[in-house]
Each structure stands twice: as C-alpha cells, then as structure tokens.
Design a protein around this ligand. Structure first.
Ligand SMILES: [Zn+2]
Length: 365
C-alpha cells in the first residue's frame, strides 16, 4: 500500500524589517533606530572617508535624539577588526549598530552584530557590491577572501544623494555584481537538475529580476545622476532578498564569482603595467566572469557584454587591467574555490585550451 512520507521540511528566512531608499534620507536615521530597537546606545561604524561623508551627520542626528552615541573607525575587512568591534560594543553596552560605508565597513559591522545578536542598520555610502542588503559578509585573509554567514540587516537606510557622490566606477561595479546573477542562477538550475541540489524558484526569480532591472535601465545608469544610485540600490536590495529566501548565496554567486575569487587568490601580481594602483573591483571581475559563464551555458552572453559596456563596466582583460595569462589561469582553476558548489565549470574545471577559446570567443582576451 502507498503511504505518504511525513513532511519534515523547514526553513528560516530573515529579511530586513525596513528599507528606506532615496534622496536625502539620512535625517530619518533617529526615527528609524527607534522603530528597530528600544535601545538608546548606538555605535556608528565608519572608515575615515565615510565618517566625513555621512558618519558625522548620523552621529549628530542620533545625539540630538538623545541616543548615547559611540563611533568606531574600521580600516580593513579582517577577523581582527570584527573581534575588536565585538569587544568594544560589549564594553560599551551597545544596543544598535550602524555600518556607514561601502563594502568593508558594512561587512565588518554585519558580522559583529550577528555575533552580538544586536540589530544592524546598513547605511551604504556607495553601491559597489550587493553586500549592502545581503545576509552574507566577506572578509579578507592572506589568500583572497572568505564568505561568512551573518543575517540580513535589520534595516537599510540608503541616501541616494550621498551614494551619487561616490566614484561612478564603484556603482558600475556594483551593477555588474548584480548583473552576474544571470550566470549564478543558470549554475544553480544546472546543479539542481544534475545534482539534485535544493532549489528555490522564488529566490531564482528574484535574483533574475534584480539583474533584469539593471539590464533594462542600463541607458539610465550614468555618472552624476542620482537616479543611477536609485536603480543600483534597488536592484541590490532585491538581490539581497533573493539570498535571504534561498538561505545561501546561490542566487547571486556561481561560477563567475569563483572566477573572481580565483583572480583575488592569484594575487596583486596580476596587474598590467600602467594599471597599477587601479585594482580591479569585485563586481567588475564578476561581470567579466558572467559574460564567459553565460556563453558556456549557451545563453545570451552578448546581452550581458553589451549591458556592461553601456554601464561603463569592464568587459575585457585589458579594461580590468589583468593579464591574459591570469584570466586563463583563473578560468582553469576557478572551481577549486568552492568544489562543493556545482556549476557549469563541472567537477574538474576547464582545460587550458577550452579556457583560451572561451576567453577569445567572448572577446575577453
Ligand atoms: Zn558579488
């Protein structure tokens, strides 16, 4: 006789409770903190630049609203910085943490809050990658970077007037990071079909929607237009929600991210002459990776390339400032980054000949 198997599946999804995005939203910070926490002691985490750009204003606004405010400067996304922040927050009985900055500040504050079990408010001053709204954080170590589990920010306060002041290159890189969701989702679908990996169609649709938002509005993503910051941040928030639904980074990180992490792993010796001091950014590398991975999937790679060009993100090794040889090496070795995460690169990665052909056909080298 046929008996039904008992249903035992369960899942936890944590989303930001409040998202405020748009022109001159910074003054809303005190009211926002009040809605997120009953606590009255806040820690504003910045770096030297973002302190001037926004951190000082945030501290002042909070002080005026009778918050006891402490400030801390973060210099690098390292484990030591996270531990220092945790110690400092404990000593000062901090009840709410605000990360005011780009990737590093937000990642360090996100991880510290996760450990402290205190609410974290993400206050991006640039839109360089999708970490501003995601439940993950990445830290640097000697050989590249590691991705760590945290929770989604309790709230996001994105002031597009401030984000618009950041170099446009950062925003273009952040957009490329979200556009690379296209290949990440293709990899996820492949792993689901081939390896039976758990797959969420809702998370996949959200991740693809985030990328589509930018592909469709690529003509409007230009330097010195606040609207560009608006499109970028909105897409990053949708991408972050996709990761919260999935409970992992699958919808936003596949073979193109492995390629990017392998480039980091191969080290700064990769710079072309004349490009030193202009290290390629995470999103820029992922964008170029996405062109090649979408090609391997048999997808519309030209659309990815053309969109990146429109936005002003790199599409070639030359524009990245990375030698052809390193591009090939990163392609051949990319799957070593996360062997358990099945992608179009397969279990053994590409052969050198295949990697060369791939990079040439797609115009990357
Ligand atoms: Zn990324």
């Amino acid at each position: 006789m046929f008996t039904m198997e008992r249903f035992t599946k369960y899942k936890t999804m944590i989303f930001p409770r409040e998202i405020i995005v748009g022109h001159k939203t910074t003054p809303q910070v005190a009211d926002l903190c009040g809605r997120i926490s009953n606590g009255t002691s806040a820690l504003v985490v910045c770096d030297k630049n973002t302190k001037k750009l926004s951190g000082n204003d945030i501290s002042k606004t909070l002080s005026k609203a009778n918050y006891e405010v402490k400030e801390k400067i973060v210099t690098s996304p390292s484990v030591e910085e996270v531990n220092n922040l945790i110690k400092y927050a404990k000593k000062n009985n901090i009840e709410i943490l605000l990360g005011v900055g780009g990737g590093s500040v937000i990642d360090v504050t996100k991880l510290a809050s996760y450990d402290l079990k205190k609410p974290f408010i993400s206050v991006p001053t640039s839109a360089a990658h999708d970490g501003i709204a995601s439940p993950r954080a990445s830290l640097k170590h000697r050989k590249g970077s590691v991705s760590k589990t945290a929770t989604s920010p309790a709230a996001i306060l994105a002031d597009t007037e401030i984000i618009n002041k950041a170099p446009f290159r950062m925003l273009a890189s952040g957009c490329a990071d979200v556009i690379s969701n296209v290949s990440a989702v293709m990899d996820w679908e492949l792993a689901h079909r081939l390896k039976g990996e758990e797959y969420s169609s809702h998370a996949a649709v959200l991740a693809k929607t985030a990328a589509e938002m930018l592909i469709e509005n690529a003509n409007d993503i230009r330097p010195n237009t606040e609207e560009s910051a608006w499109f970028a941040v909105k897409a990053m928030i949708v991408s972050g929600v996709a990761m919260s639904v999935a409970g992992n980074t699958r919808p936003a990180s596949g073979s193109e991210h492995m390629f990017s992490h392998m480039l980091d792993h191969l080290g700064p010796g990769i710079m072309l002459k004349g490009k030193r001091g202009r290290r390629p950014m995470h999103g820029e590398q992922c964008g170029v990776g996405a062109i090649m991975m979408v090609y391997l999937h048999g997808g519309n790679w030209e659309k990815i390339r053309d969109t990146l060009k429109k936005i002003g993100a790199p599409t070639t090794s030359e524009e990245l400032g990375i030698s052809k040889r390193k591009i090939i090496e990163a392609l051949v070795r990319a799957q070593e980054i996360r062997p358990e995460r099945y992608t179009i690169l397969g279990a053994n990665g590409l052969t050198e000949d295949a990697a060369k052909k791939l990079a040439k056909t797609t115009g990357v080298i």
